[in-house]
Write a protein that binds this ligand. Structure first.
Ligand SMILES: Nc1ncnc2c1ncn2[C@@H]1O[C@H](COP(=O)(O)OP(=O)(O)OP(=O)(O)O)[C@@H](O)[C@H]1O
Ligand code: SF4
Ligand SMILES: [Mg+2]
Length: 369
């Protein structure tokens, strides 16, 4: 079988929080595969580590004493590289009882080595679109000029006029009206939805192997949101681009993803084909996924403007990670038979059906581990 385009193995990304005077285990042992041509959707509540997972893959975790370990294999254009290769020699982490006590890091050495690993990867092999498109566009340059620069830098089209034609082509592909006129617009003259379309054009114009879309519809108003989701769905069909899609909105994930990873407290708690994980009568489902699904407002609750069924309890503070299941404090499915395991031992991510994995002691496969 074809190797996955992106294979993340046991990724850990820790930050030092000055306010809390402690290390936060933002991503704490995440393993994920994204197959060529598929869209993997990562869903989870705020703070579950979705963005930090994506930023780690794009080599964008540079904040202060942030430290990353694990493997991020990218197989593209006939080459295989580990985007974290050799970084471990620049940092040493001391842990005790589930708490990170100290990190010794050669920040300059780390940054230099990381930049060398990411050369030719970020912006080219891996392109990203974010929540706030306006801030990602250069306010002093027209949309057209920014596109032309990206195309000349990252593709084989080096001439001004051919790059210009390709830029107009991408503005058309993202359904921007009057693309030849829009070419000369500055970002400030454009709406939020239009800026997001321009950013998508910019990302795709580099002809990347992987597109990372982190909350691409969040912050836009509801009608624009659904138009951007429609656009992403159309582009997925037309270009077949491999995508890592991140959203706290399970309905966006449901619409666009082939497979899903549900994150909680810095770990993946469930993963599988979207249709299977989200099937109303799923045989096995992590209690957290069930709670996320229950929090989707139904047409009826929207009509009656009644409250969302929020998930009870607080999102896990990943400074002191509990010994047992990370969801234990909020879980309503604990039975007497498994209580001791839930409280004392982190469940493994185990296969409950082919290609469908759940991290929960409720399922017999986990019990065998
Ligand atoms: N640069 C940083 N320095 C310190 N802590 C950070 C940094 N970036 C993220 N964190 C912390 O890491 C945890 C995971 O953050 P992350 O941004 O990945 O969450 P998320 O799942 O993307 O949430 P959201 O849905 O709000 O975007 C949070 O507790 C966050 O406060
Ligand atoms: S392992 Fe236990 S606490 Fe964790 S989700 Fe499953 S039932 Fe709930
Ligand atoms: Mg985020």
């Amino acid at each position: 079988m074809d190797a996955p385009l992106l294979a993340i193995e046991n990724l850990r990304t820790y930050f030092y929080s000055r306010a809390k005077r402690a290390f936060i285990r933002s991503v704490d042992g995440v393993s994920l595969d994204v197959a060529r041509g598929e869209t993997l959707g990562i869903v989870g509540e705020s703070g579950s580590g979705k963005s930090v997972t994506a930023l780690s893959a794009a080599g964008l975790v540079t904040a202060g004493p942030g430290v990353i370990s694990g493997r991020i294999h990218l197989h593209s254009n006939g080459a295989q590289r580990d985007l974290l290769d050799g970084l471990e020699k620049y940092a040493r982490v001391t842990e005790q009882d589930g708490r990170v006590m100290a990190v010794e890091k050669d920040e300059r050495g780390w940054r230099k080595h990381s930049e060398a690993l990411m050369a030719g990867v970020r912006g080219k092999e891996i392109a990203m679109i974010f929540q706030n498109p306006r801030s990602a566009l250069n306010p002093y340059s027209t949309i057209g000029k920014q596109l032309v620069e990206t195309i000349r830098l990252h593709t084989s089209l080096k001439g001004e006029s051919e790059a210009r034609e390709r830029a107009v082509h991408w503005l058309e592909r993202v359904r921007i009206d009057s693309p030849r006129l829009r070419f000369d617009n500055f970002p400030y003259g454009m709406s939020g939805g239009m800026c997001q379309r321009a950013m998508i054009a910019m990302a795709l114009s580099a002809e990347p192997s992987l597109l990372i879309a982190d909350e691409p519809t969040t912050g836009l108003d509801a009608t624009i949101q659904s138009r951007i989701v429609d656009l992403l769905a159309q582009l997925k069909t037309e270009t077949g681009i491999t995508t890592l899609l991140i959203s706290h909105d399970i309905s966006v994930i449901q619409r666009l993803s082939d497979r899903i990873a549900v994150m909680y407290g810095g770990t993946v708690v469930e993963t599988g084909r979207a249709a299977e994980v989200l099937a109303p009568q799923a045989q096995a489902r992590h209690p957290y996924t069930a709670a996320l699904l229950a929090s989707i407002p139904s047409a009826e609750t929207i009509r009656r403007k009644s409250y969302l069924q929020a998930i009870e309890g607080e999102v896990l503070d990943t400074i002191e990670v509990p010994r047992g299941c990370r969801f234990y404090g909020r879980c309503n499915r604990v039975t007497e038979a498994i209580r001791e395991s839930c409280a004392g031992l982190e469940p493994p991510l185990e296969e409950v059906a082919p290609g469908h994995k759940v991290r929960c002691w409720l399922y017999p496969a986990a019990g065998k581990a």
